[in-house]
Design a binder for this molecule. Structure first.
Ligand SMILES: Cc1cc2nc3c(=O)[nH]c(=O)nc-3n(C[C@H](O)[C@H](O)[C@H](O)COP(=O)(O)OP(=O)(O)OC[C@H]3O[C@@H](n4cnc5c(N)ncnc54)[C@H](O)[C@@H]3O)c2cc1C
Length: 410
């Protein structure tokens, strides 16, 4: 008897892990607009060269064998009545018995003037490459005898958003730039600024964690502006407002970490949604009123989930386990289950030699936290085979940052 068809759209933390779990139990087709996965929690380490692209962004074809049909392309439309989907790269339609929507989010620039055009997103390998190149080029262009105050102006970077992502990125950038200054014998100092609209840094975290993050930002020479709204991003500048006053600063680049919005495909689908555009799902991860359509990860709204877990890989990962079980149950006519998703704690990177583990209100920091973070993330990479290869590479090869060498020198 032929196996039932499961079509999974999107191969990130939700889609890929569901597909790996289901492989062999159904006729699984996984569609992605990218040829590689991206383990985003370690994207900062990719920027600093502590890890390599193959560690955190393996090609899908290396992750699974014949048990998953991989289709590279963008899903453009879905016909729920006919149970088919149209992919950009194929003439024929893909059909399904059960559909999984796992397309994640995209950067939300909140319609700030110039932001979409001039700010850099930070969501994938290409974004990190782009930023690293900008940092290196800016360093290369500094004349050796330039006065320190002019150096500072020519090496200012802005990070918009003072959440975990903005803090992790800014500390990594600052450490890399300071290291490059020392290696190149440059006078003066680089500048990394964080712009945060609320009155505190890492607004979602507890006070002990925040105190440690603030201390780490000071140690990394990162300046942060609170209650400061970004009004405009220019090709080489940023305009902000604090207490009614406008301030414009020259920058090499502005990186945008301040928000995620739902993937454009979801906007086009006629499914029950919450006010913020997320798909409403039941505790079984079935889309409300659709028994054979499931959604998870950043596009799914599950009312019972703690707000701190919303929009995280750890939630998408936990959901994928339940979802794979429920699809097996659905295809076999069995009862679907529900599950309480747990907050597993957070692991923050705070520069090239520091990190913090935040578990149940406690903070563990320093080199031990940095190593524990690597160990933890090794265990969360997709497939045993990949974990072993990467773990061995980190154990034997180390995770030393790669300095910002002048372009042309490897
Ligand atoms: C820099 C950064 C660091 C982060 N760090 C952490 C962290 O430390 N801990 C944590 O818990 N969370 C972290 N997150 C959040 C985490 O990455 C997301 O919550 C998680 O990726 C959501 O999983 P998902 O499967 O919903 O979507 P994604 O992982 O975004 O996967 C969606 C996939 O769908 C593909 N896709 C999109 N549209 C289509 C289409 N139309 N057709 C086909 N394919 C499509 C995309 O290319 C992508 O591969 C971080 C996010 C960022 C940006």
């Amino acid at each position: 008897m032929s196996k039932k068809k499961v079509l999974i759209v999107g191969a990130g933390f939700g889609g890929l892990f569901t597909a790996l779990d289901l492989a062999g139990d159904a006729d699984v087709t996984l569609v992605s607009d990218s040829d590689h996965f991206c383990f985003r929690p370690l994207l900062y380490e990719y920027l600093s060269g502590e890890v390599e692209a193959w560690h955190i962004a393996p090609d899908y074809k290396e992750l699974f064998g014949d048990e998953i049909n991989f289709v590279r392309g963008t899903v453009e439309t879905v016909d729920f009545a006919k149970q088919t989907a149209k992919v950009s790269t194929r003439e024929d339609l893909l059909n399904y018995d059960a559909l999984v929507l796992a397309v994640g989010g995209t950067t939300n620039f909140w319609n700030v003037t110039g932001a979409e055009e001039f700010a850099l997103p930070f969501r994938g390998i290409e974004d990190a490459d782009d930023l690293r190149n900008r940092m290196t080029r800016a360093l290369d262009e500094i004349p050796p005898l330039l006065a320190p105050q002019d150096v500072r102006e020519k090496l200012t970077f802005a990070v918009v958003g003072g959440g975990a992502s903005g803090v992790e990125l800014a500390t990594k950038m600052s450490d890399l730039l300071y290291d490059a200054f020392e290696r190149r014998g440059l006078k003066g100092e680089p500048r990394v600024l964080i712009y945060e609209m609320s009155d505190r840094i890492v607004p979602g975290m507890g006070s002990e964690a925040r105190a440690y993050v603030e201390k780490s930002l000071l140690e990394a020479h990162v300046e942060f502006y609170l209650q400061t709204k970004v009004l405009e991003v220019k090709p080489h500048g940023i305009v902000s407002e604090y207490d009614g006053k406008h301030l414009e600063i020259e920058t090499v680049a502005t990186v945008w970490t301040a928000g995620v919005k739902v993937n454009p495909l979801i906007e086009t689908l006629d499914l029950p949604k919450a006010e913020d555009g997320l798909i409403l799902v039941n505790q079984t991860l079935q889309v409300k009123n659709f028994e054979n359509i499931f959604a998870l990860g950043d596009i799914a709204k599950l009312e019972e989930v703690a707000p701190i877990l919303t929009g995280t890989a750890q939630l998408a990962n936990q959901e994928s386990v339940l979802l794979a079980d429920n699809i097996r149950a659905f295809l076999n006519g069995k009862k679907l289950k529900t599950k309480q998703f747990e907050e597993l704690g957070e692991a923050l990177s705070l520069g090239t030699h520091n990190a913090a583990l935040l578990v149940g209100g406690n903070v563990i920091s320093g080199a031990i936290a940095r190593n524990a973070r690597f160990a933890l993330y090794t265990s969360r990479l997709p497939t045993w085979h990949h974990r072993i290869k990467v773990g061995a590479s980190w154990f034997f090869g180390g995770t030393t940052p790669r300095p910002l060498q002048p372009l042309g020198i490897s």
